[in-house]
Design a protein around this ligand. Sequence first.
Ligand code: SF4
Length: 371
Amino acid sequence: QCAAVCPTGALVVKNDKSKVWEALDDKSAKVSVQIAPAVRVAIGKEFGLTGGDNAIGRIVAALRRMGFDEIYDTSTGADLTVLEESGEFIKRLEAGDTDMPLFTSCCPAWVNYCEKNYPELLPNVSTCRSPMQMFASVIKEHGRTSSRRPVHVAVMPCTAKKFEAARDEFKIEDIPNVDYVITTQELIQMIKESGIVFTDLEPEAVDMPFGTMTGAGLIFGVTGGVTEAVLRRLSSDKSNTSLMSIAYQGARGMEGVKETTVMYGDRELKVAIVSGLKNTSDLIERIKAGEHYDFVEVMACPGGCVSGAGQPFASSEEKATRGKGLYSADRLTNIKRSEENPLMMSLYNGILKGRVHELLHVHYAAGEEEE
Ligand code: SF4
């Protein structure tokens, strides 16, 4: 086993490749895997493809050859996050909650930073689990119906996700919902160790029953993506023109701080999108000094997950190209709003029935209990 240093957590992190290989060799284990949005646009260059190309089909084909039993796309988990986070936001707005903003909670490095530096803000951090953890709850529940032991692996753009997976909040009877997290770089090493010629692979689709996702979930991998996905959900106008206008509302672009205002009914909402922890602390100081925001998206990595520390090295320009790759993948999806993902309805009527809070939400220390 080798180790790497997590720049966000400043901690030594384990490389779990060998444990994943062991699970794949274990006939009594049923091994599922989910792939985060940002991974698909960062992996190809290593194998000679053009940077920013969407390589999800080849990643799926490679994982299948490596022996994974079920392969899913974290964008599906992001659709759950959009629905839950929008619901939480609307509830706060309708309750006339003056204790705004609502901070997003998808980035574990940000949650960790908030816990350490601004614990008083934890009640303002969304109770939503990250897409990885929401989806892992669903996949693990589904896996319990199998006669084989469910093992779940997540391919993620950062090492912070390893620490998130190991948190007690995401364990059931001491077993984590995500058993192993491997980074994009570790996946590249595993593909090479398998002798798979990545560029020779014919692209394949992810599996059912959790194989439908939307463009809204896909864009989570770049700064502004969560906000844009939530705005698509909040907008009462479901036309293509409205989608276009949301895209030009100021959420896109790799700038570290973006601000926009949107109308929700007759209320004007102030939204901030920050990436990079220095930008985040600057914004928090402004909020503490009295500046009002209703919704704040925070990603610890400048530019969002496309720039994660577990991704292959890239210049700023290449990171921006990865972001464009996600927007282009979004354009190619036929469903662009999370609430239109047909899988969501069956999840809420099935696995999640009566268990939404238990499986999709979390209360971090010092966070307030809410129903
Ligand atoms: Fe991980 Fe960076 Fe994405 Fe946060 S922004 S989830 S640290 S890759």
